[in-house]
Design a protein around this ligand. Structure first.
Ligand code: 13P
Ligand code: SF4
Length: 330
C-alpha cells in the first residue's frame, strides 16, 4: 500500500484492484463490516450516486453528517464538504476518496486575505457560503448554503450590516432577493461561470417549451433568463413537480443523472458552456471514482483532519445555520 506521504502527494490510494471484483458488492460489504455511511453530492459520477446511502445538496449533506450514527463517513464530494462533516462529527472518521478534490470557489477566498478584508468592516456580520475552507468558516458568524442563503440573511435584523462571501454571484442574487445591501467578496465557481447566454438562447429556439433551471452560482445574465433558480435539490424537486417535459439545466452536469432517474419521461439538456469542452463537469467533483471510493473505504484513507482550534470556531457558524434551517423547516 502507498505510504501516508505518497497518498498526500497523489491525493488517493493507488492499489491494483482485482478486475473480477464487483465493486458495488465489495463496497456494500465493507460498509456493513465497518459501520460506514457514504454521503454523495449530486455532482458525483452516476455509479457513486447509485451506491451512496444518501445523495443530496450541501445543506442535506451537512444535516446528514451531523446526525449519522455511523463510525465512518465516506464523503463522496469535495474537500470543504468532508471538512464540514468532520467539524460536525469530530469523533468520527471522515474519508474523502481523493484529497485533491478541491473547489475553485473555496480557492478564490484565501483566509489571510479575507481576514484583512473583514477588518475594513468591523461592524459587519460575516455570512459565508459553505463552499469555503474550514479556516474561513472559523472567521464567520453564520454559514449558509445555496438552499438557505436568502432565509439566513432574512433571519437577521434589517439594519444589520453584512459581509457575504465567497461567491459574488450567489451574494448578488441574495442581495437582490432580500433587498439588503451586502458587502461581497469577489469569488466565483469556475463551473457556474462558464454558461453561454448566446448558446442557451439558441437552444431555447430549438426547444421553445424547455424551462431553464439555474443554480444561483451562475452569473446574473444567466439567472435573468432562468425560469427557476435553486440549489441542486431545489432544481431536482422543481423538475419533478413541473408538468413541463423539457429542461435546460444550468449547473454541474452530474445532477442530470438523478433528474433523469426520477423523471424517465422528461428530457434534460445540459446548458452549453461558452467553449467546446465539457466544462460544466466540475473537475474537482469528478476526481472521485468508484475505484477510489472502494480503496478509500477498504484502507480507511485518505482521512480528513481539521485542527481542534479551527473545529472549535468553525462549528459555531455551521450549527447556527443548521438551527435556523431546522427552525424554518428547510
Ligand atoms: P448546492 O449543493 O448547495 O446545490 O451547491 C452546489 C455546489 O456548487 C456544490 O459544490
Ligand atoms: Fe466548487 Fe464549483 Fe466544483 Fe461546486 S461546482 S465544487 S463550487 S468548483
Amino acid at each position: 500500500m502507498d505510504t501516508f506521504e505518497e497518498i498526500k502527494l497523489k491525493g488517493f490510494v493507488e492499489e491494483e484492484i482485482d478486475p473480477t471484483l464487483d465493486l458495488f458488492v465489495e463496497i456494500e460489504k465493507l460498509k456493513k463490516e465497518k459501520n460506514a455511511v457514504i454521503l454523495a453530492h449530486y455532482y458525483q459520477e452516476p455509479d457513486i450516486q447509485d451506491i451512496a446511502d444518501y445523495i443530496g445538496d450541501s445543506l442535506g449533506l451537512s444535516q446528514q453528517a451531523a446526525k449519522t450514527d455511523a463510525d465512518i463517513i465516506v464523503f463522496a464530494g469535495v474537500h470543504f464538504m468532508a471538512e464540514t462533516a468532520k467539524i460536525l462529527s469530530p469523533n468520527k472518521k471522515v474519508l474523502l476518496p481523493d484529497l485533491k478534490a478541491g473547489c475553485s470557489l473555496a480557492d478564490s477566498c484565501p483566509p489571510h486575505l479575507f481576514r484583512k478584508f473583514k477588518e475594513n468592516y468591523p461592524d459587519h456580520l460575516v455570512i459565508t457560503y459553505v463552499n469555503c475552507t474550514a479556516e474561513l468558516k472559523a472567521l464567520s458568524d453564520i454559514v449558509c448554503t445555496s438552499s438557505n442563503a436568502i432565509q439566513i440573511v432574512e433571519s437577521l435584523p434589517k439594519d444589520q450590516k453584512i459581509i457575504f462571501g465567497p461567491d459574488k454571484n450567489l451574494g448578488a442574487y441574495v442581495a437582490k432577493k432580500t433587498g439588503r445591501d451586502l458587502v461581497l467578496w469577489n469569488g466565483a465557481c469556475m463551473v457556474h461561470e462558464i454558461f453561454s447566454r448566446e448558446k442557451i438562447t439558441k437552444l431555447k429556439e430549438r426547444y421553445p417549451n424547455a424551462k431553464l433551471l439555474a443554480h444561483p452560482e451562475c452569473e446574473e445574465v444567466i439567472l435573468k433568463m432562468a425560469d427557476y433558480i435553486g440549489s441542486t435539490t431545489g432544481l431536482l424537486k422543481y423538475a419533478t413537480k413541473s408538468p413541463e417535459k423539457e429542461f435546460i439545466v444550468a449547473t454541474e452536469s452530474g445532477i442530470i443523472h438523478q433528474m433523469q432517474k426520477d423523471n424517465p419521461g422528461k428530457v434534460f439538456i445540459p446548458a452549453p458552456p461558452n467553449n467546446s469542452c465539457a466544462c460544466n463537469d466540475c473537475p474537482h467533483m469528478k476526481r472521485n471514482t468508484l475505484e477510489k471510493l472502494y480503496l478509500c473505504i477498504k484502507n480507511e484513507m485518505p482521512e480528513i483532519n481539521v485542527p481542534q482550534h479551527i473545529i472549535e470556531r468553525a462549528v459555531k457558524p455551521i450549527e447556527r445555520m443548521l438551527e435556523i434551517s431546522a427552525r424554518l423547516g428547510l
